[in-house]
Ligand binder design. Structure first.
Ligand SMILES: [Fe+2]
Ligand SMILES: [Fe+2]
Length: 483
């Protein structure tokens, strides 16, 4: 084991803590992939700002207490590296048929195809989100927010590198082919889309960006947690380090939405508005009304639920049995970690009603992870609702029922209201824009998206953050925009 595993070697073209300098074959494969990645970044990364100096953090260690250093960097010069969390000594496979056996340092032949597929699916989401967010730079509400967008973007790029390293090191020729395909697919492309639905949707404005980082990056968090439990140790270590970065992405979402809610409440109070549902009056103040935020939330939450797949899934059962993908916080769960005789309650459509039905726990793993996700999502809503109630308003943001607006799983063929009342097609078509953003809503939000580029200033629809990045003062120039 490498004793310097905590520190990152910056002497190679590709920074790493996996001894790439001595792994010539993999280093060569990665160096061969690098130009294609840079072309992709140029074509599909952030529009503009490529010559601007951005105050970014770069990982220099994988010690969770102090792993990042902050400095001005031009994005194309960001050092995308291969970083794995330290190897745990004597780690064993924490679940499934191989429970208690030593974790695998190489890919087990029998589970090779399944592992490759999971890595490719995870890998595909990383560049997809960069593509989805590429136009947002030109409408950023502040330099602080612009910097956060770019931080998220370069780290999603690094997450792609992380998956590509696994493919190239452990999967030979077909791994290299998959790595190339990851640069070929494009979010929203008719012929060659990204693999998962939510990653082909547009992220047209900054409220969508905050919702995306809150809800969709959080799906990523849940998936990474499950893969961090994997018996395939290099995957586990990779995901463990990615989670360190992912925390910031969700922070951007949670605080972003908090700041929008805060600003709207302040503006309503200042104007003496007592009914937050009086959309026209609130919009006239140049802030985003709470009902529209609820619609955006409904959209992003429901799209993100689809990422968990079907509630009942033999694929999920197989991945668990195989020791490839575990549960959220697997090692902290008090059971036999095999689930052979357990059941789990699954929401299903039974005789036209939404009911809980006990299913074998093994096939219900997607549902379980989705439930864990929903619980995690609810925490942000508590904070946002606290801001609203503290401002004196009787309005609550809420997660819609899981049957609402679904394209995958039990509820894909029916329509339901956010309260979970089943409705027919006609009613849905008549009422859907009470619950989901309409073109008008989108146009209104777009009308607010004018860029603010002076240090310390913020667009009028969002409050400043409570603290700066890296404890910088409020007027810090997070991005030196090249003119
Ligand atoms: Fe990511
Ligand atoms: Fe992320």
């Amino acid at each position: 084991m490498n004793v310097n595993i905590m520190n990152v070697d910056y002497s190679t073209k590709i920074p790493n803590n996996v001894n790439l300098g001595e792994d010539r074959q993999v280093l060569k494969a990665l160096e061969g992939w690098h130009p294609g990645y840079m072309n992709w970044w140029g074509d599909m990364g952030p529009v503009g700002f490529q010559q601007s100096l951005v105050y970014l953090r770069t990982a220099y260690s994988v010690d969770p207490r102090g792993w990042a250093k902050f400095d001005y960097v031009k994005m194309p010069e960001y050092r995308w590296g291969i970083l794995l969390a330290p190897q745990e000594e004597n780690r064993v496979i924490p679940f499934g048929e191989h429970y208690g056996e030593p974790a695998w340092q190489e890919v087990p032949g029998e589970h090779r195809a399944m592992l490759r597929r999971l890595i490719v699916i995870q890998g595909d989401t990383e560049p997809a989100s960069v593509e989805q967010q590429r136009h947002l730079g030109k409408t950023a509400p502040s330099l602080y927010d612009l910097r956060n967008l770019f931080q998220v973007n370069v780290e999603e790029g690094r997450h792609l590198w992380a998956m590509v390293y696994l493919l190239q090191k452990y999967f030979g020729r077909d791994g290299r082919e998959e790595a190339d395909e990851l640069l070929r697919r494009r979010s929203g492309d008719a012929d060659s889309p990204r693999m998962l639905g939510a990653f082909n949707e547009a992220t047209p404005d900054w409220l969508s960006f905050f919702m995306f980082t809150y809800f969709t990056d959080r799906d990523g968090k849940m998936q990474l947690h499950s893969l961090a439990q994997s018996g395939f140790d290099p995957l586990s270590r990779t995901c463990r380090f990615m989670l360190t970065e992912e925390a910031h992405h969700m922070f951007v979402g949670e605080t972003g939405i908090s700041r929008v809610v805060q600003r709207t409440c302040e503006a309503m109070r200042a104007a003496g508005i007592s009914d937050p549902a009086d959309v026209a009056k609130v919009r006239a103040l140049g802030v985003i009304d709470l009902p529209t935020m609820q619609k955006k939330l409904n959209l992003h939450y429901s799209l993100s639920l689809d990422l968990f797949g079907s509630e009942v899934s033999t694929n999920a059962a197989n991945a668990f049995n195989a020791g490839v993908k575990g549960r959220y916080h697997e090692t902290q769960i008090k059971d036999d970690h095999r689930l052979e005789n357990d059941t789990y309650p699954v929401l299903k459509l039974v005789d036209g009603k939404i009911k809980r039905v006990d299913e074998p726990a093994l096939t219900a793993l997607n549902m379980r992870l989705r439930d864990d996700y929903t619980q995690d999502c609810a925490k942000g809503l508590l904070r946002w609702n606290k801001i609203i109630s503290t401002a004196g308003y009787d309005f609550k943001l809420a997660l819609p029922n899981v049957a609402f607006h679904r394209a995958i799983g039990e509820f894909r063929d029916i329509h339901a209201t956010p309260d979970g009342v089943l409705i027919d097609d006609t009613t849905w078509n008549k009422r859907k824009h009470e619950w989901l953003p309409s073109t008008d809503d989108g146009d209104f939000i777009a009308s607010l998206m004018t860029p603010v580029t002076s240090p310390g200033e913020f667009a009028p629809w969002i409050s400043p953050p409570k603290v700066g990045i890296d404890n910088k003062p409020g007027d810090f120039e997070y991005v030196k925009i090249e003119t």
